[in-house]
Each structure stands twice: as C-alpha cells, then as structure tokens.
Design a protein around this ligand. Structure first.
Ligand code: PA5
Length: 371
C-alpha cells in the first residue's frame, strides 16, 4: 500500500530525498543503481549491437512494426520518434495480441519482450510468423527466445535479470542497428547515438542521489509532484513519448496515478477540461516537457503552450522542463532520463520500493492459470 508518511513541508522533503538511509531502506532491489548506471547500459547495448546480424537486407522492407508491452514497448515509441523523420517506411508500434492487417512478407516485425514471456507479444509473434513477416526478436530469454531459436528467427539476446523498464538501453539501441542494416534510414544515426551517450553520462552526474536537493532537478520535480496528480504534456512528438514514459514510470516506480498528453492534440480536446476543473484540479500538477529551442524552431507550438498555460492559470500547479542536446535522440533521452530519476525520488517520498510491481506480477500469474 502506498502511504504518504511525510509532512508536506519543503524542508522535510529535501531532507528525505538527500538521506542515504531512507533510500537504502526503501530501494531494496537497487533501482537507483540501475538508473544511475543507465549510461553504461546504453554504451554496452551499442557495443553489443555491433555484433548482431539481424538477417534483414536492404530493399526488402516496406513497413516496420514493433510489437511489445509496457517497458518493452516504450523503446518502440522512442524508435518511431527518433527514426521516422529519416525513415523511408512507416514505423508502427503495436501493443496487442494481434497485428494490423497490412503486416505481411514485406513488413519487418520486431517482437520485443524483455522477459520473453509476455503473452500478448508471444501471440503477436505467432501472427507475424503466419503472415510470413520478416522478424527479429529482442529479449533476455524466456519463451520468445526459445521459439525464435526453434523457428530459426533472428534473435537478439540482451543481458537479463533487471526490470524491463530499467533496460530501455538494451532494448532500444539494437533496434537502431536493425533499421540501419535494413537500409530504411536516409542517414546513419550513429552521431545521434554518440551525442546521446555523452549526454546521459552528464545527466547521471547531475541527477544522482549524492547531488543535493537544491541542485538536483529530478529531486525538485519529485517534490513538486509529491501528493499531487501529475498531468505530463509533451510539446513535440518526441516529447509526447517522453510524457508517456514519465507517466508509466511514475505509475510503476512511485505507484501512483499520472496522465500524459501530447501537443498539439491536447489543444483539440483536453484543453476544455481545464475550464471547469477548479475543484477537481486543486491537487494536480501540470508538467510541460518542452523542446530546448521551441520558441525559435516552432514558434506556433510555443504560442500554443503559452495560451494553454494561461488557460490553466492557477487551477493547477504548473512547472516545465526543457530538453537538452541537439539531435532528436539526445533530446528525447534527456527528458526520459530526468523522468526516470524523478519517478524514483517520488517513490521514496511515497514510501515504496521502486522496483516492486506486485499488481503486474499478480495479474500475469492469474492469466498464466488460464489455458
Ligand atoms: O515495466 C514492466 O515491468 C512492465 O511494463 C513490462 O515491461 C511488461 O509487463 C511487459 O513485460 P516484458 O517487458 O517482459 O515483455
């Protein structure tokens, strides 16, 4: 059960987030260690990717589908966001048992399941095989890797033993390699990868637990969100992916509700919900995830954000963060990584272990009992 054991006093929150004993007591499974070492994981994933042969050749592919769920699907959204601007073919993310009707022999299906045992992904794998799609499986083992081996489907094995959502580097970078090998990208993304790796290392130094509350953007964000319902808005396509990641990380790590949306879509529906929500939104906080160069690069988007912020006014607390880096990939990772840390700090304030996901485990166990 999530309890809020701490008084909502800024000083206490700062003290709790800076206290190593509190962190060690709650973070029994070592999520902070994994988040801090994310840069090393990304570097390892890039190195491992160089050794894979995805078995897909240039000119064979007309569409790409990434199929997976939860922590294994978000890498697909990330891939779509950073690769689509340079990709000759559509990239679609699928989170279901089935696959869209267009999937066929000229579709590259990337079946991604960190555990290798997610039933929806295994079902989609079967459908992809029936449709004779080109396939690459990515997992740390489990049934997916067993089936891939038996069916002679190319498979990428990634290091196992950690939560899927803490393995985004392992799951994301091999997909970049696969797209490059498939020849569907107009340009290599390797310079983006290099920038991203350096930026993640830099951010790790800024956001790690040893950096005190006043200087640590992830801790101050967690403090702003604590005790409130966060509504995360991404003000660009890639920032919308980051917003979804923030939402799911807050759900899974901090065990509390969060909602995500993307501009400009929210301007066509959700904006109205702010008109009459004074009572409802008293304990909400809106976090805008914005592009570093929004005002110069997309002035109309900046104007949309300004108008929306005015409309929300004092009905809810508002805060914003800016992406960093120059490539789309680096900017996306900068927002995602900040949210990963913030969700873990929020877990400490909520008094919960960020790693434990009893609800998901229980649901999977119940489903496993059904034939
Ligand atoms: O973060 C998690 O643990 C979940 O969202 C899982 O990723 C999800 O349940 C799917 O499992 P897997 O990633 O092993 O396919």
């Amino acid at each position: 059960m999530v309890t809020n054991p701490y008084p909502s006093d800024g000083t206490d929150i700062a003290r709790i987030l800076d206290d190593e004993q509190t962190r060690l007591r709650l973070d029994r499974s070592g999520m902070f260690r994994l988040v801090e070492a994310f840069g090393a994981q990304c570097r390892e994933a890039v190195e491992l990717s160089r050794t894979y042969d995805p078995g897909v050749r240039r000119g064979e592919i007309r569409s790409v589908v990434i199929t997976g769920l939860g922590g294994s699907a978000i890498g697909g959204d990330m891939l779509r966001a950073v690769a689509s601007p340079y990709c000759d073919v559509p990239i679609v993310v699928n989170r279901d048992y089935g696959l869209p009707a267009f999937v066929g022999p000229q579709t590259l299906v990337l079946a991604v399941s960190y555990s290798g045992n997610t039933e929806e992904t295994l079902a989609a794998y079967t459908v992809a095989r029936q449709r004779r799609a080109r396939m690459v499986c990515i997992s740390s083992g489990g049934e997916l890797s067993r089936r891939a081996q038996a069916d002679h489907v190319p498979a990428i094995g990634v290091p196992g033993g950690q939560p899927p959502r803490a393995s985004t580097g392992y799951l994301f970078f091999p997909m970049i390699r696969v797209l490059e090998e498939a020849g569907v990208l107009e340009r290599s993304l390797q310079s983006d990868v290099a920038e991203t790796l350096d930026l993640v290392d830099e951010l790790s130094q800024e956001l790690k637990p040893q950096v005190g509350f006043q200087e640590n953007a992830a801790k101050t964000l967690a403090a702003e969100i604590f005790g409130r319902v966060p509504v995360i808005y991404g003000t660009a396509d890639y920032a919308g992916v980051a917003a979804l990641r923030w939402k799911t990380q807050i759900n899974e790590n901090a065990k509390c509700h969060a909602f995500a949306g993307t501009f400009p879509e929210v301007n066509h529906n959700e904006i109205l919900a702010w008109e009459e929500c004074r009572r409802q939104a008293r304990r909400w906080v809106v976090v805008f995830l914005r592009d570093a160069e929004e005002e110069q690069a997309t002035p109309r988007m900046a104007r949309r954000v300004a108008v929306t912020r005015r409309l929300i006014g004092r009905k809810a607390t508002q805060t914003e963060v800016r992406s960093r880096g120059s490539s789309l990939m680096a900017r996306l990772f900068s927002l995602i990584y900040l949210g990963d840390f913030a969700s873990c700090y929020l877990a400490l304030l909520n008094g919960v272990d960020p790693t434990v996901i009893r609800g998901i485990d229980r649901l999977k166990a119940e489903l496993a009992k059904l034939k």
